[in-house]
Design a protein around this ligand. Structure first.
Ligand code: G
Ligand code: G
Ligand code: MN
Ligand code: NA
Length: 254
């Protein structure tokens, strides 16, 4: 409630910004891609984290416009990085439930790709399990339209939701992102380790890519690599950072 009126004006006042968190291929220490994460630069309060305003944006329906802004901004940033020579870089964008359930999402995605000339295979759209389980028929149909464009469909926070494994096969997914709560205690909690191993094996069997989230230490990264999970994201590599810092820290040695 505190932020509601200000949130309405935030888009037109250009107060949103994107941070980018590196996704590393640990095997060759290469930057595989980045995940775009929105921040709100509130005129009085400073940076407001998305946990605070995304739920509010969802309640008010503003999330649809905000989500479209995120998509356009992230893909045009990716284009700039491609033009600087980093042509292999991928971009991951989070979708909210309301955005996902809008009938015209695939048209917007198609348009943004056409405007920028970004290859669809370099765009990952992140959905949570609960988002796709809300209305599975609608989700499958929307995902099929997106998949036909050639974009990747990633399940975010995998392992924390309510999807059943048998159900997963019905969705045209390309990537599972293992939730960070499983990675946190991976070195000393046998259950978390067993779950993580299972998700990695299952992903391989289903021909899906797998990304581990929340990797905070070298020991966690080494363990995951030993299980053949080499795509990783987390504070060990970097927190989400502004575009300029990402360029300085990750896109310089070419
Ligand atoms: O970056 P941070 O850890 O503060 O993000 C907190 C939550 O906000 C995460 O669950 C993330 O998925 C969500 N979030 C961040 N950016 C976006 C966005 O652009 N769109 C949507 N729908 N959610 C986002
Ligand atoms: O829900 P989603 O996976 O989209 O949320 C991504 C958010 O997770 C990032 O914005 C970031 O703030 C948070 N995050 C990223 N890496 C780590 C990590 O290594 N540890 C913790 N605790 N949080 C992380
Ligand atoms: Mn995410
Ligand atoms: Na996540």
């Amino acid at each position: 409630v505190k932020y509601e009126n200000a949130l309405y004006r935030a888009l037109e006042r250009d107060e949103f910004t994107l941070y980018y968190q590196p996704q590393m291929d640990f095997c060759n220490n290469r930057l595989f891609g980045v995940e775009a994460l929105i921040r709100w630069n509130h005129p009085e309060e400073g940076l407001v984290p998305p946990d605070i305003f995304i739920p509010l944006a969802e309640q008010t329906g503003l999330i649809v416009q905000i989500g479209e802004w995120v998509l356009r901004e992230a893909v045009s940033q990716l284009k700039k990085w491609h033009e600087k020579g980093f042509t292999d870089l991928n971009m991951a964008v989070n979708l909210s439930a309301a955005q996902f359930e809008q009938g015209n999402l695939h048209r917007i995605v198609k348009q943004v790709l056409a405007e920028t000339g970004i290859r669809p295979g370099q765009l990952h759209l992140e959905l949570t399990e609960n988002q796709i389980m809300r209305n599975t028929d609608l989700a499958i149909s929307t995902m099929n339209k997106l998949k036909q464009l050639g974009v990747h469909l990633d399940i975010d926070d995998f392992g924390t939701g309510y999807s059943s494994l048998s159900y997963l096969q019905r969705f045209p997914l390309t990537t599972l992102k293992i939730d960070r709560t499983f990675i946190r205690d991976i070195l000393f909690d046998e259950d978390d380790r067993a779950l993580t191993d299972t998700i990695i094996t299952m992903a391989k069997n289903m021909d899906l890519e797998v990304i581990a989230e929340g990797v905070e230490t070298k020991e966690q990264a080494d363990y995951l690599a030993s299980r053949k999970c080499t795509l990783m994201q987390g504070y060990y590599f970097s927190p989400p950072i502004p575009a300029k810092k990402l360029e300085n820290d990750f896109l310089t040695n070419h």
